[in-house]
Write a protein that binds this ligand. Structure first.
Ligand code: TEU
Ligand code: CA
Length: 549
């Protein structure tokens, strides 16, 4: 196993709009991030992943880029960005930016040119097809509802958009498109950024047959949309022309690809990407907006799968991001055991094999929001998919119920800094979105003051992980894969063996672990002492225990 900085460091994702507002306009901004860098450094963060900060009409909160070389006005200007980067570097941290190049905004100049006439030299920058008067070229659907094709009245052709109609898909088959993208990448790399997170990267290569999909494939189209044959070829080209020339980290958001393709993408010998985010764990039990029941055995199998990847791959570990609900609400118990289960999840992601990725607010155990009506949501996916939900027999009330579990907006409510108005996110009355009313008790200020808080637990774990190569590179083994309440695994390194006993249930349980007395307790989330004079151990609900031998 080769040692790499990006295997040993901890990543923290910032969703800038909701992080910290420095000027009272109600929108988080770059100056706001700079003001919180010391906080992140104190937590032990090494790498910041910034969700899109580029000029955008914000149909999908910045995932629709109008100008790749310009900063989103509400966030600041290029000067602010340069300051951010140098402030990050001066604290010996790194910055990874979001590269959204499967699609652009429909307000990007390329698209404005492209749609102006079928002879325009930018026409082939996007994917245009003929349909009929009333029917699009095929039956593909958009992730945000409706057809994936939009008819443009100028030429009567349809353009492809996997996401909203304001996010036309780029045509990667066109070499000029690829060259432009590599130039954009170099522009930011030459400023000194330390890597890219690449949005829906498996979608850049399309299945050029553009055939109708069967009903079953349309239910979850991601696998079909990621089935173009040139993905690996494109990534190898990008690697040789750009990535390989810098000491950076590349992380693909690998939505919709098979395990096989994923393993190839991150195989060191293939020279494509360093890391990927796969969705198996974070979307466990998910079927569109419906969250079905799942059990611990399935979850453990997924961790096992990703930890036992071959020698040449390295996984990422995360339970949160801006597209998913809050982890303590999904995997923990955000009512009776919020604090304890949040700490257990912290121990889980910082002791599994792979690079840990935290999301803003996770470190203080922020929870899902209680939405009372559909118009409280900001996410375009909510309204976009409503017709599909209704068609499937769900009424508005049930749709709301599902969204209260599954919506992307749970993670986009604003960061809870203190117990002042808007949780200290913004001072004025202009908050662009919602702040969870539980900010009066769940906030950074409280957690910083209390040495037993979730924040301090994360901090201790990050510290511990950094000091132990065995915890980072040690072999992973699930010691009781069929147990339905306990997650018990070890990380065995050259010097030490770590044993993790996590009670992922609301019940008190007895457990017998052979030779437990040979271990010493390294860290736990218990408030009362743990006695283990024998191999028998009494576990309380959501106990998370880390032993070492
Ligand atoms: O996400 C793609 C993705 O995996 C999903 O969140 C997807 O949008 C959703 O499940 C569809 O039901 C990336 C970004 O992270 C997301 O914020 C963007 O909206 C999307 O791509 C388009 O750029
Ligand atoms: Ca602002």
């Amino acid at each position: 196993m080769t040692r790499k900085w990006w295997k040993e460091q901890v990543i923290y994702q910032i969703y800038p709009r909701s992080f910290y507002d420095s000027n009272g306009d109600g929108i988080g901004d770059i100056k706001g991030i700079i003001l919180k860098l010391d906080y992140l450094k104190f937590l032990g963060i090494d790498i910041i992943w910034l969700s899109p900060h580029f000029d955008s009409p914000n149909d999908d909160n910045g995932y629709d880029i109008r100008d790749y070389r310009k900063i989103m006005e509400e966030f600041g200007d290029m000067n602010d960005f340069d300051n951010l980067l140098s402030e990050i570097h001066s604290r010996e941290m790194k910055l990874v930016i979001d590269l959204v190049v499967n699609h652009t905004s429909d307000e990007h100049n390329w698209f404005i040119e492209s749609k102006s006439s079928s002879k325009n030299k930018f026409r082939d920058f996007y994917i245009w097809k003929e349909g009929s008067e009333t029917n699009p070229p095929n039956n593909w659907t958009s992730f945000f509802g409706g057809s994936a094709w939009e008819k443009d009245l100028k030429t009567n052709d349809y353009y492809l958009h996997y996401f909203s109609k304001k996010q036309p898909d780029l045509n990667w088959e066109n070499q000029k498109v690829r060259r432009e993208i590599y130039d954009i990448m170099k522009f930011w790399l030459d400023k000194g950024i330390d890597g890219f997170r690449m949005d829906v990267i498996p979608f850049i290569s399309k299945d050029l047959g553009f055939k109708n999909l069967s009903k079953s494939k349309l239910i979850s189209p991601e696998f079909s949309y990621a089935s173009g044959t040139k993905l690996h070829q494109f990534l190898k080209e990008m690697n040789s022309k750009v990535l390989s020339k810098y000491d950076i980290v590349s992380i693909g958001e690998a939505f919709g690809i098979s395990n096989e393709s994923m393993i190839k993408m991150t195989d060191e010998r293939e020279n494509e990407l360093n890391l990927v985010f796969i969705f198996d764990i974070i979307r466990i039990g998910r079927d569109n907006w419906i969250q079905n029941k799942w059990n611990l055995k399935e979850l453990k199998k997924l961790f096992e799968q990703q930890s036992n990847v071959k020698h040449f791959n390295w996984p990422t570990v995360f339970l949160n991001n801006h597209d998913n609900p809050r982890s303590v609400s999904k995997y923990g118990n955000d009512l009776q055991f919020r604090e304890k289960s949040a700490k257990l999840l912290a121990m889980l992601i910082l002791t599994q094999k792979g690079t840990p990725v935290l999301f803003q607010g996770e470190e203080i155990g922020m929870t899902n929001y209680k939405f009372e009506s559909l118009d409280q949501f900001d996410d375009l996916e909510v309204v976009g998919n409503l017709p599909k939900a209704i068609k499937s027999g769900i009424n508005k009330k049930d749709y709301l119920k599902h969204l209260n579990i599954s919506s992307r907006d749970h993670s986009r409510t604003t960061m809870q800094w203190n117990n002042k108005i808007n949780g200290g996110f913004t001072e004025g009355n202009n908050n662009w979105f919602l702040t969870n009313s539980n900010y009066s008790s769940i906030n950074v200020e409280n957690d910083l003051k209390n040495i037993n808080s979730i924040f301090h637990f994360y901090k201790s774990l990050i510290d511990l992980r950094k000091k132990s190569n065995d915890l980072i590179y040690g072999d992973y083994q699930d010691l009781d894969p069929t147990n339905e309440s306990l997650f018990i695994y070890q990380r065995k390194g050259k010097k030490f063996c770590y044993l993790l006993i996590l009670n992922m249930s609301n019940a008190s349980l007895k457990y017998n672990f052979n030779n437990l007395t040979k271990y010493s307790l390294e860290l736990s989330n218990r408030t009362s002492d743990l006695n283990f004079f024998s191999d028998d151990i009494d576990l309380l609900p959501w106990d998370a225990l880390m032993f070492k031998k």
